[in-house]
Design a protein around this ligand. Structure first.
Ligand code: RB5
Length: 149
């Protein structure tokens, strides 16, 4: 079963501080944060952190995942390799809303070297406050899922 109020957070070494700011922000809005690190600044490899977060979303343990790296791109690519994951990188609030409303994204990726903290928190809010519209968009999401074989 999906834990509807749980959000997993993960990042590489580049984005620890922003990840922790996002954790505090969403916890203050009532979400249960599952922060899977890392917590120390040694260089690490974003694919394993993207995968770990994606597995918790794909299994239903967490409703959403928010992942971060320098650009948001590499960790997004890794997460999207996990079956059932639809993750987009967002640098603006419009895209963050639309990936929920039209694409039923279950993960959001942000690049700490691309957006500042204030915009990042607004992006997170836009993503979490939006709702999937279904209808014709559901058909298209099903087509994405069909590509997973
Ligand atoms: C790490 O230097 C950097 O490559 C990583 O954070 C991310 O930007 C990769 O997509």
């Amino acid at each position: 079963m999906t834990a509807s109020n749980r959000i997993v957070l993960s990042s590489d070494h580049a984005a620890i501080q922003l990840r922790q700011a996002i954790a505090a922000h969403i916890a203050a809005h009532g979400w249960v944060v599952v922060d899977i690190g890392p917590t120390t600044p040694e260089s690490t490899h974003y694919p394993k952190h993207g995968e770990a977060a994606a597995r918790l979303v794909a299994s239903g343990d967490c409703r959403f995942g928010i992942i971060l790296c320098g650009t948001g791109q590499g960790i997004m690519m890794a997460a999207n390799k996990v079956r059932g994951i639809r993750c987009g990188v967002c640098v603006d609030t419009f895209s963050a809303r639309m990936i929920r409303e039209h694409n039923d994204a279950n993960m959001l990726s942000i690049g700490v070297r691309v957006v500042g903290e204030g915009l990042a928190l607004d992006i997170v809010d836009a993503f979490l406050n939006a709702r999937f519209e279904g209808g014709r968009h559901a058909t298209r999401v099903e087509m994405i899922e069909a590509l997973e074989g």
